[in-house]
Structures are given as C-alpha cells and as structure tokens.
Design a protein around this ligand. Structure first.
Ligand SMILES: NC(=O)c1ccc[n+]([C@@H]2O[C@H](COP(=O)([O-])OP(=O)(O)OC[C@H]3O[C@@H](n4cnc5c(N)ncnc54)[C@H](O)[C@@H]3O)[C@@H](O)[C@H]2O)c1
Length: 435
C-alpha cells in the first residue's frame, strides 16, 4: 500500500515511515520543519542530533535501499496539499502534521491562535483534498487521549451508550474535556473528521494517542536514523524531562501532588498500532476511534521508576514537587478502555522499565547537548497567565519569530529544510560520521 505521512520529519513520523518501509509499504511524506524551528524558539533542541531531511533520505537509501518521496510545505495550505495528493494518490494518509505541544499553545494569545488555526485548517484541508482526489483513501488522524480529560467514570473508545430521561442512544460521542488550547484543537479535529466521514462517505480512524516514550524501534538501530528527543518544559513529556533531570544531577520534578495519571505507550508499540490500523481499514462512511495506549501511570509512578532505573546507572536523583503550572486534577480516577487494537492483534512489545534503561544508555552519549540546555527543563509556561513570554526570556529563548508562510509550491524529491539544520554544519558532519 502507498502511505502518505504528514509530519514525516517529526518524533513519530520518522519511525513510522521506517516501520512501514520495512513492512514493504511505499512511503511518501510532507513536512514544513516547523517543530525544529519552534523548539529553537523556546531555547532548546533535540537531545539526539537530527540530520537534515535530505540526509535522512540518503541514509534510508544507503541502509535500506529504499526511497521516500518528500514534499516540503504547510498542510494548512490547501493547494499544496491537493497537489501532493494528485501526485501521490495514496491508499492511506497518516496525519501527524500538527502543532503538538500543550505548553506552546498556552504561551500567549498568538501561540493559542496559531495552534488552533493551523491544526484545524490542516485537517479540514486534508478532508477536502481526500474527498476531491482520493475518496477511497483511509485517513488515520492522530488525536490524543488528552481530548477526554479525566472524567470520574471509565472512558470508552470514542462512543458510549447513554440513557437520558427514559430514552437511549447507543452510540453517542463521549464528552471531551480538553485541558489546553492544543488539546482543544484535537477535539475540534475529531468533530470535523467525524462530520466529513459521515457526509462524504470517507473512511477514517481517529487515534486517541497516549503519551509516547522512547527513541528506539527495531528499525532505528543505526544512529543515522535516530528520531528526535525533546526534553525542555515546552516540548518534552514528563518522562523525557525526568530522565534528563536525573542525568544532569537535578531533582526529578513531578508537578504538584503528582497523581496526574495518563495513558502511555512505547514508540515501537505506537508504530505497531498505527500499522495495525492501516492494514485493517474501516469501510466507506465509517469513523472509528481507537484509544491507543498501553498502560496508565501517574507522574509520581513515572518519577519513582525513573529514580529506580537511574540508580542502575549510579545516578541518585531526589524527587521534588514544584507547584503545578497547569490547571488540572492532581489526584483523580482514570480508567480508559483500550480494546479495539488488542482485538486486532496488538501486543505489548516493550516494558516501560526496559525503555527507560535504553533511554539512560542512549542519552548519556548526548550529555553535552543536554547540559547546553539545562536551563530549559523547569516549567516556564503557566496555564493561569495570559502572557508567558517574559518567562521564556530573550537570553534563554529567541523571541517568537514571525511565522513565514512557505511558498507551498510542490517540490518533490530530496530537499534541505526550510529553516536550516538544528546544528551548525561542522558539528552536524561530525555526528553523521562518528558519534
Ligand atoms: N508524541 C506524543 O506523545 C503524542 C501524543 C499524543 C498525540 N500526538 C500527536 O501525534 C502527532 C505527531 O506527534 P509528534 O510527537 O511526532 O510531533 P512532532 O512535532 O515531532 O511531529 C510533527 C511534525 O509535523 C510537522 N508539522 C507540524 N505542523 C505542520 C504543518 N502545518 N505543515 C506541515 N508540517 C507540519 C512538524 O514540523 C513535525 O516534523 C501530532 O499530531 C501530535 O499531536 C503525539
């Protein structure tokens, strides 16, 4: 099958592309490299150095003997997206190309608007382009478990049976209670995908993705193929920050009381799940929802596990609790159902502790890159503030750059990135050759 991955340069897009190539699928990708630029905007970078996309393509050619067709551009530009679909005519599209940081969306009004406009416009563009060009195509849309919030009842997979005033509806969308402008953009996406699927007889899988952890999959065995690992307060997940704090000799910092519980899944298992969804598409007109996570942990549990594994590496971090910069329940019930993928053959392949060991092992090698950005690990974005730019001070982070609208011209084949590599060229070459 031919799969188009939007957001192919990202943390999960890149390993997905490699996984699908290994399974014998054809892969094409779209990206505008905005995550690279926005991580720099908050004064950070990926712990793992990421080569330019042209170099990534060259590594795939050299190591796997395969080609990835690539289109640089912004999915919030309809003409660009439609021309990619006309050229590729994919059987399936995995849509990952969205602004994915909750703290980034909470920086100020401009970041909030940017997040919602880009994310919602990108998905609507994609729905129209699919309808026009490839109506049979299966859309796998990346949502988030964060759409549901933390209700005091079990969370079904998208729909539930509801009886109200003596009448019953057997398939009502389960209420969403998102906790940031970012999460709300995903809620709006879900409504839009459900509506378009029903109205135009499209087929869609809306993935309620849990937090992904780890940087290795069976396909990411060579350093030239590594994916990004973000660890700053804006782009890094709690687990990523805990591991880096332990390596840097800082306290591990679960926010608030630490009972905030979420669903998590290893990178390899998230790729497995997406592949299962792709290889078992829904029928025309069918909109289905998968809760894609493997196990739930509180941030206190993650902190304790990280502390325990750090000990195996002769690191002895303490655990401290800064006030929670987010507005969220710090102790709550959490029981989402996640049966749909298991029914289709999903099996856990990685244990959290095992992945933690792998992370400590990998990241110690990039310690200098962690040290250089240690100022960016503690929280700087507070949900209660309307303007968090002063905390992201200019000495620590570049001011928010104006957002250029990439030309949107269809440019296939090997290209560099629009915003320059995230390492100076010399270091970049050194890493590609040696580290
Ligand atoms: N990583 C997680 O734990 C997690 C959890 C839940 C949901 N998700 C969702 O999964 C998707 C992928 O996440 P990720 O962690 O790989 O994020 P990422 O930021 O690393 O990757 C997204 C990629 O899309 C690109 N992109 C963003 N906006 C674009 C646009 N308008 N046009 C073209 N390219 C654009 C970025 O440059 C980046 O390379 C996102 O939609 C995210 O919300 C991720």
């Amino acid at each position: 099958m031919k799969v188009l991955v939007t957001g192919i340069d990202g943390y999960s897009g890149w390993p997905l592309a490699l996984h699908l190539l290994h399974r014998g699928h054809e892969v094409a990708g779209v990206d505008n490299f905005v995550t690279r630029r926005r991580v720099r905007e908050v004064g950070s970078w990926s712990a793992t150095p990421i080569p330019t996309f042209s170099k990534r393509q060259a590594s795939v050619r050299a190591l796997l003997g395969k080609e990835i067709e690539f289109y640089r551009g912004d999915v919030s530009r309809f003409d660009f997206l439609r021309s990619v679909l006309e050229k590729e005519r994919p059987d399936a599209i995995v849509h990952l190309a969205e602004q994915r940081s909750a703290p980034y969306s909470m920086i100020d009004v401009h970041h909030a608007v940017r997040t919602q406009v880009e994310n919602i416009a990108g998905t609507i563009n994609l729905l129209y382009a699919i309808r026009e060009v490839v109506p049979e195509c299966h859309l796998v849309k990346m949502g988030t478990m964060g759409e549901y919030g933390t209700p005091n009842v079990d969370i079904p997979e998208g729909f539930f049976e509801c009886t109200y005033r003596g009448r019953t509806d057997s398939k009502l969308p389960f209420p969403r209670q998102a906790g940031s402008w970012y999460h709300l953009s995903k809620v709006h996406d879900s409504g839009n995908v459900m509506f378009a699927t029903r109205t135009w007889n499209l087929r869609a899988t809306d993935v309620m993705q849990g937090v992904i952890y780890g940087i290795r999959t069976p396909e990411l065995t060579d350093d030239r193929l590594l994916t990004r690992f973000d660890f700053d307060d804006v782009w890094g997940t709690a687990l990523n920050r805990f591991v880096v704090e332990a390596i840097l000799g800082l306290p591990i910092t679960p926010y608030g009381r630490g009972g905030q519980t979420r669903g998590y899944i290893a990178l390899e298992d998230s790729m497995q799940s997406l592949r299962i969804a792709l290889e078992d598409p829904p029928s025309p007109g069918e909109y289905r929802v998968f809760n894609q996570f493997d196990a739930a942990y509180s941030v206190n549990q993650l902190a304790e596990l990280t502390q325990e594994v750090a000990g195996e590496f002769s690191l002895h971090p303490v655990i401290e609790h800064p006030p929670d910069p987010r507005v969220e329940e710090e102790e709550h019930y959490y029981a989402p159902i996640h049966d749909e993928l298991r029914k289709r053959g999903y099996r856990r392949s990685r244990e959290l502790k095992e992945v933690l060991r792998e992370l400590f092992h990998d990241l110690q090698r990039f310690r200098r890159r962690l040290e250089a950005k240690r100022h960016a690990v503690l929280p700087r974005v507070n949900w209660r503030e309307a303007n968090n730019l002063p905390q992201l001070s200019p000495s620590r982070a570049a001011p928010s750059p104006p957002e250029p609208r990439p030309g949107g011209a269809l440019s296939a084949g090997p290209v560099g990135e629009s915003t320059g590599p995230d390492l100076p060229p010399r270091q970049h070459l050194e890493w590609c050759g040696a580290e």
